[in-house]
Write a protein that binds this ligand. Structure first.
Ligand code: HGY
Ligand code: MN
Ligand code: MN
Length: 437
């Protein structure tokens, strides 16, 4: 047996007959049921399944609604009290011994990118439910209330967690999401109430802590053969819509030197984004991921282009510096090509460090489980970065095979997921008993 496979459901269904819920020693022997997580992952991947082997379960689609129903059923089986907040986030609560204590929260998301995989968000969401179920089956009552949360529309711009932390702006509700619905209609579609979003909002200090288990989505853990990543900080992400205005004209009769070709300007812009992002040392990244040329015919010079710009870094000032450089480049391209560029900011996720004390508890839990660890940044965005506005957060990463993510080829091994879920379980228990929480 693989060294790390020892922990499949040791006490998963043990019941309370021999288990003393007060004994910390017994608590340290608790293990999640890894097979159950794997089974739930494959059942969830039926909703929005695509021929490539992954899922297209974009937020507010019918598949998203069905996946959410499935997850709520699992929460009830885990004896959680399930409700939706007005933003459409799913919250499963388990009472603690002391109702005056603030909740310890943990969770993730289950919406996907178009043509995504079966692990991004799902691993953390289903493992969180499994942790709650393991505690219920073993009659462990924590001091803090526990809240398992599945945030809505993470992939479209962290909408659920930004509503939860109070950052979502009213004007963003009119933005059209990948599903084709506006954010407002999408929230209604999944059972929220966009007119009462303020009720979903929590304030700084309202939570004891937030933990999120997630696949790494990069290749560090897999290539270095490390079991668990302990996240030191999550990148900031900014998105813009960039409109380029040229002039549509006949592709046969307009001489090359008289064109106002918006797509040609767009091509130069894409190169400029890449050159700017690589012009300084560091881990910053810049991407144009979407482009539309109008009117879109072989014999018409494109008069308009709409494209996206995304910049990420752990340092918000660096993102701003790169953005200003890109604006300068765009001004020069516009002048040379007789076009006009217009930038509209559509999404902002601020960078967030994780809490050092929470990190230590994650390291301690992994060590007790005899798992290897590495401190690392997160290049992907996560709901945890908004939760950092409300209280201390920690993130646990498990290996992504080959570092592939946002792809049907995304894969994490069952034993690695089980390890991550056990680290989550024990970090929850340690946090519950930590003097500072
Ligand atoms: O895009 C991201 O980084 C995340 O996976 N939503
Ligand atoms: Mn993702
Ligand atoms: Mn994710």
């Amino acid at each position: 047996m693989h060294r790390r496979e020892f922990n499949l459901g040791l006490l998963g269904a043990a019941g309370a007959t021999f288990f003393d819920p007060l004994s910390l020693r017994s608590q340290s022997e608790l293990r999640v049921n890894g097979k159950r997580i794997t089974d739930h992952l494959s059942a969830l991947s039926e909703f929005g399944k695509n021929p490539q082997g992954g899922v297209s379960r974009v937020a507010y689609s019918e598949a998203d609604r069905q996946g959410r129903e499935y997850a709520m059923g699992l929460m009830r089986e885990a004896r959680l009290d399930v409700r939706l907040d007005t933003a459409g986030n799913i919250i499963g609560r388990r009472a603690g011994k002391d109702a005056r204590r603030r909740p310890l929260m943990f969770g993730s998301h289950i919406d996907s990118v178009p043509e995504g995989g079966n692990y991004d968000g799902d691993v953390g969401s289903l493992s969180s439910i499994e942790v709650a179920r393991t505690l219920a089956e073993n009659n462990v009552t924590t001091r803090h209330p526990l809240e398992v949360i599945i945030f809505q529309n993470e992939e479209g711009g962290l909408y659920g967690s930004r509503a939860f932390s109070g950052e979502l702006q009213e004007k963003e509700l009119d933005i059209v999401s990948t599903s084709g619905k506006t954010i407002r209609d999408g929230i209604k579609f999944i059972g929220g109430d966009p007119a009462r979003l303020a009720e979903a909002r929590r304030k700084r200090g309202d939570i004891a802590a937030y933990l999120e288990l997630h696949i790494e989505q990069g290749n560090i853990l897999h290539s270095e053969k490390i079991d668990i990543g302990v996240v030191e900080g999550i990148v900031g992400i900014k998105w813009w819509d960039v409109d380029i205005e040229g002039f549509s004209n006949h592709a046969g009769t307009t001489p090359m030197n008289q064109r106002q070709d918006a797509l040609l300007a767009g091509a130069k812009f894409i190169q400029a984004v890449n050159a700017t992002a690589t012009s300084v040392p560091g881990r910053q990244v810049g991407t144009v991921g979407r482009i539309r040329a109008l009117p879109g015919a072989p014999n018409v010079i494109p008069g308009k282009v709409v494209l996206s710009l995304e910049l990420r870094d752990l340092d918000a000032d660096k993102i701003e510096m790169l953005y200003q450089k890109i604006r300068d480049e765009a001004r020069q391209i516009a002048e040379a090509s007789n076009t006009k560029f217009d930038f509209k900011e559509i999404n902002v996720n601020t960078p967030a460090p994780t809490d050092e004390r929470v990190r230590k508890l994650i390291f301690d839990s992994a060590k007790e489980l005899m798992l290897t660890t590495k401190l690392m940044p997160s290049g992907a965005g996560h709901d945890a970065q908004d939760m950092a506005r409300l209280g201390p957060v920690g993130m646990i990463f498990v290996p992504s095979i080959g570092g592939i993510s946002h792809s049907p080829k995304e894969f994490s091994r069952p034993e690695d997921i089980t390890n991550g879920a056990n680290v989550l379980l024990h970090t929850v228990l340690k946090l519950d008993n930590a003097g500072w929480v």
